[in-house]
Design a protein. Structure first.
Length: 144
């Protein structure tokens, strides 16, 4: 491999993000799929400048094309968590920044940004809550 040209453009790297579980629970993945566009717009808006937002969009397209929808959703959720952590390190995540997101996502990102939950715990909490809702729906249907 030839050495990098210091006068040339900087090499591109995939965006750094919190690595969530590769295999999200199917119910969580399906739920996240319905909120994908809003979450994508929210995470992309957290970029510091136009170049960061462009890199985010290019990475998202590459992951979705090369690795599929399930991997893209895991990456997107991880990118949103990373953005919330970065915002909290830079002075806090304002409530107005969370508008437009689903209430469950707002709560999870708020708790992670405050340091009250680790990112893994937030993922598990969302998955657990959705499993609880699913079980309650099944119980209700069985009673009918």
């Amino acid at each position: 491999m030839p050495p990098l040209d210091p006068t040339g453009p900087a090499p591109r790297r995939l965006a750094v993000f919190f690595p969530v579980q590769r295999n999200l629970e199917p119910l969580f993945r399906d739920w996240l799929l319905s909120h994908r566009d809003v979450l994508f717009a929210w995470a992309m808006a957290r970029g510091q400048d136009a170049q960061a937002r462009r890199n985010f969009a290019e990475t998202a397209v590459a992951i979705q094309r090369l690795r599929g929808s399930a991997e893209f959703l895991a990456w997107l959720y991880g990118a949103a968590v990373s953005a919330a952590l970065r915002d909290s390190a830079q002075g806090g995540l304002p409530e107005t920044a969370l508008t437009g997101l689903a209430p469950e996502l707002r709560t999870a990102l708020r708790l992670v940004s405050r340091g009250e939950l680790r990112p893994e715990e937030a993922t598990a909490l969302l998955s657990q809550r959705l499993s609880y809702v699913r079980s309650r729906l099944l119980q209700t249907r069985m009673r009918r």
